[in-house]
Write a protein that binds this ligand. Sequence first.
Ligand SMILES: Cc1cc2nc3c(=O)[nH]c(=O)nc-3n(C[C@H](O)[C@H](O)[C@H](O)COP(=O)(O)OP(=O)(O)OC[C@H]3O[C@@H](n4cnc5c(N)ncnc54)[C@H](O)[C@@H]3O)c2cc1C
Ligand code: FES
Ligand code: FES
Length: 1319
Amino acid sequence: MRLCLKKASLTCLSGLRRGNRGSGVPPTLNLCRESQLPTLRFHLTGTKYSCGSGGCGACTVMVSRYDPKTKKIHHYPVTACLVPICSLHGAAVTTVEGVGSMKTRLHPVQERLAKCHGTQCGFCSPGMVMSIYTLLRNHPEPTPEQITEALGGNLCRCTGYRPIVESGKTFCESTVCQMKGSGKCCMDQEENISEVPFVFCFVEMCTKLYNEDEFQPFDPTQEPVFPPELIRMAEDPNKRRLTFRGKRTTWITPVNLNDLLELKTSFPEAPIIMGNTAVGPSIKFRDEFHPVFISPLGLQELYFVDSTDDGTRGYSLAQLNDALHFIVSEQPKEKTKTYHALLKHLRTLAGAQIRNMATLGGHVVSRPNYSDLNPILAAGNATINLISKEGKRQIPLDGRFLEKSPEANLKSEETVLSVYILHSTQWHFVSGLRIAQRQENAFAIVNAGMSVKFEDGTDTIKELQMFYGSVGPTVVSASKTCQQLIGRKWNDQMLSDACRLVLDEIYIPPDAEGGMVEYRRTLIISLLFKFYLKVRRGLNKMDPHKFPDIPEKFVSALEDFPIETPQGIQMFQCVDPHQPPQDPVGHPVMHQSAIKHTTGEAVFVDDMPPISQELFLAVVTSTRAHAKIILIDTSAALALPGVVDVITAEDVPGDNSYQGEIFYAQNEVICVGQIVCTVAADTYAHAKEAAKKVRIVYEDLEPRIITIEQALEHNSFLSAEKKIEQGDVEQAFKYVDQIIEGKVHVEGQEHFYMETQTILAIPQEEDKEMVCTYVTLGTYLFQEYVAAALNIPRNRIACHTKRAGGAFGGKVSKPALLGAVSAVAGRRHLFISYRTGRPIRFILERGDDMLITAGRHPLLGKYKIGFMNNGVIKAADIEYYINGGCSPDESELVMEFMVLRSENAYYIPNFRCRGRPCKTNLPSNTAFRGFGFPQGIVVGEAYITAVASQCDLTPEQVKEINMYKRTSRTAHKQTFNPEPLRRCWKECLEKSSFSARKLALGCPQPLQSGEAAALVHIYLDGSVLVSHSGCELGQGLHTKMIQVASRELNIPESYIHLSETNTTTVSNATFTAGSMGADINGKAVQNACQILKARLEPVIRKNPRGTWEAWISEAYKESISLSTTGYFKGYQTNMDWKKGEGNAFPYFVYGASCSEVEVDCLTGAHKLLRTDIFMDAAFSINPAVDIGQIEGAFVQGMGFYTIEELKYSPEGVLYSRGPDDYKIPTVTEIPEEFNVTLVRSQNPIAIYSSKGLGEAGMFLGSSVLFAIYDAVAAARRERGLTKTFTLSSPATPELIRMTCVDQFTDMVRLVRRVTLNIL
Ligand SMILES: Cc1cc2nc3c(=O)[nH]c(=O)nc-3n(C[C@H](O)[C@H](O)[C@H](O)COP(=O)(O)OP(=O)(O)OC[C@H]3O[C@@H](n4cnc5c(N)ncnc54)[C@H](O)[C@@H]3O)c2cc1C
Ligand code: FES
Ligand code: FES
């Protein structure tokens, strides 16, 4: 074996051998998680592990191969988590460390991503760097479209993508601005300085968040050369078969085609591993086992993309894409209809990484039911060229093959040589159609490939083919329907019959996997209708006299939404020109760790090197929602190699149930996903394998409560009702003109932080101490839970947190619970029994994380509204019920905030809001950005819309009428001045071209309070170390704290360091939550710095011209203490729930946003065209950080209100456990035009008159929901449907489509045999 590692640019050479698997999993390249997956131990921290399924792009690396035939080097991005290490024989792999580092030289990609503020938590950043870097290796001057395409497979949960795309666009030759007629160029930022009124003065506004003059130039000639030894290897005429033997699996790479055929004969059941994008996930997630793998990757015979006179052959999806692009540019359009259809789907199939790994052969043979390509290939009459030792043969890629008829299958010893895709002809139309939860990188909800051939010169059907994906266990052919329509004319009557026939033929059972049965049946005929229109348009183009065109109103149905490169303008207050240049406050300072994020040098917990004797923990979770535990049999698990212990509730030395949170299930389980036991083993693979062997016998218990409605039936609540009330609601209902009542459902949300929950618990030999490193928002809670579980004082537990790869509320209470679980496993029981006594590394896999830790509370909101005919709302009676899950967690607090914020921006004189968290048998829901307000706001906006509809007003008019206008008291009797709210609203109306789009809301978003502490040391060289109680989650808190310390001490930022948050320097730290991190910690840091400054004052006075270093030295000589703590006791807030009154919030944040969407009424897809946000930031300490928070939160909110959908079974089993099933926004979902303005106001209560903005943007995402609502209402109006309807959240494609009721939905729902009257 030879493995050559050059500056972390890894090159795999011959004879690489891997052992130590034990699980039958082909060794996987995972350069980051050296321990979680037993792989090579490179100690490279840059490549991150987030999902393990190829769906997030965090693990992107570049693979380079030399092609001896073309003599070219091919660079392509891959997701390392799906790349078997053996498949890299002969390839060079470049990780982010090989691109550049702080120790050597930064690469321009890394530098620009950091300086453009494209990183927040930084967990996705190395993957982003690798995607852009690989693109630049192939296209040194890419187009903006290529940048967007390259990033399609990379998820980011923090930034909202806009700054990432912007950093990539700096490499584009000419970024032509297309501000769609706004008259301003986003690149021409200096020109954009303008003035906006602020109270009575004018504030100068800036638009430049970074200075491109600081960028080092990009010189593509400076990239590392491809290792010459790999070229020699590739050209070696004496290559031999390679065999890698593991304990249970063997990997064989044949030397040539004959060798492959030989192997296929010897091991007919062995899979051929090409991209491994189908086999890999099956092994990982569906426990498939294969003793032998054959990997012909790199065989020339399998790697051709060839164009002949009558067709095209292809292999890898990316190569196929390139070849098809070339062909369509060369060939007449009539010949390339199949290619056009394939190209359309190739653009959105997965992300760029998967497209570069996956092969057409693998795609065709694996025949996934959701295949985007097979239906088109079949419709285009493609054939498959097969080879075996018996010889070659060709089989049709038709319905029988796709439906897996045994007689149409490949023989086990056969290999696909190529797929032959025919040219289309003149009277032949081929189309691909699809709809997915999100535009790119998502499996289709339904897709189709359709083709029709006409008798020459007529519209008489000669041949018709329709194939549907995602409607059954295989791709399905509507062959009977097609057969019956042969000879028919292409007209409305034919369409009507076709719809009826196809619905009869394709049956989706009511309990079909994936659900959405009515929707999918509707899509079957909606897609057919689209095809019908396309063909009619095509016929019309060919002979306009003979074939009439389609009506204008249907033209928009012809094309899918285009994928545009996002752009926009960010406006913020310029820094006062009189401010000293060294003072960084108010400047868009880059995130303190940004460069480390982009080089991969920022260390996350999972990146920490192995600790001697450490063990890995795997969880065994309940499979029942409510059941008695009869037996836990661990014998089979304990017998497996490497297993050290199985830990159960019996082993908890202290409290196993603390504050209502149960660490290990005891006697009974109360939700699916509850931790019953953990397995500790020497590797994660061993622990995981053993966890599967733990046998638990349950006896189901009643009741099993899953939904809010069931909880209400059973009177099952987690806490008492919370209520606020003003006026006399009952009385007011008596004199209003109208009363409406309604219900709104708002579903939950998964945090989907990129770094899953991770804990390193290290028990110490002495004094029962325990050192824990983990990712969290609150160190004290962690310490508290661990101390309770171990029954030791808190002073023995040292908790460290340096950074979190995103949190969004999900790392408040859950790390504490998981910390207790792992601390118990790691703790040595001196007197009772002997547990492991060894360090524990506990990293939740994505699926376990989603299952165990839950997320945002689903809400059922009920309203009764009394209003006058002019739109004035006089009375509102609101009820909120949230699904809290099985334990208290933060549910009561979430409900309090939800009730307190229930008025939103509107003054309703008689107002009552009551709310209760329901107790159910689901995993316990927890804190999430916005703390209940994002759900509650939907109820408020829903009744505003309903009132508007009843009064024949627009929702904006009703908002305006009822909005708080002057200094007022909220329903909980807190006085506030809504002037900034009105300003945000007004500016949004004026500057967002509102007349052409839809405004969503203005919202007061109050803040919660808490205390904070800081510790500041000045060292004798003048350097300063700041510690404080806040945690860095990507929100730029440490960056702002450095800015504060820099201003207060009057020293450059470079003098100040901020290392981590821990309980040994700052004790009893409150959560970093509620947007208050910078507020309260800023005050504590300020306090500490001011104390130090005061102590230094006499020294400075003595030597006013001295340097900072000289003053420090002198102070030391004079025995002046250079360390101090700072403290901020928090804002003075109070709330008396008995009276429903109090000053619950220190201040309010206001914002308004306006979004414009386009909805496809036939499929339910939507496209976000433009968003304008006006956010009251008061004075922004760091506009780059604040705008980043607003944009990121907006996109997260937009995901919550539109595409993010958690799916549970009626038994309470979570189905959506990874990026395949749960879709957060990608770069293609964000607004094409995305403008953000920070509106200036005053907030003297907060540090430097700033405001906390971490959460506020989240609610503004609802502007997209309400824009969709408007669009759907318009579509319904066109169809003469009722004015009001309830659109719940999220507005998924399913909901949108089924609300846009039309003939097709009617046909599916009501009548099976009707004649459609469509055109
Ligand atoms: C994150 C992710 C997202 C995806 N998104 C989409 C999507 O949006 N739309 C979509 O349609 N698909 C999607 N896919 C599926 C993807 O297209 C297929 O997994 C891929 O095309 C399979 O190709 P492969 O080379 O990786 O196959 P492999 O996994 O290497 O092999 C798959 C199967 O094909 C067999 N095989 C491979 N080559 C040959 C050959 N030459 N001869 C005989 N048998 C062979 C193997 O034995 C194996 O059984 C996605 C996959 C992933 C991981
Ligand atoms: S970790 Fe590899 S794609 Fe998510
Ligand atoms: S910065 Fe992208 S996930 Fe956090």
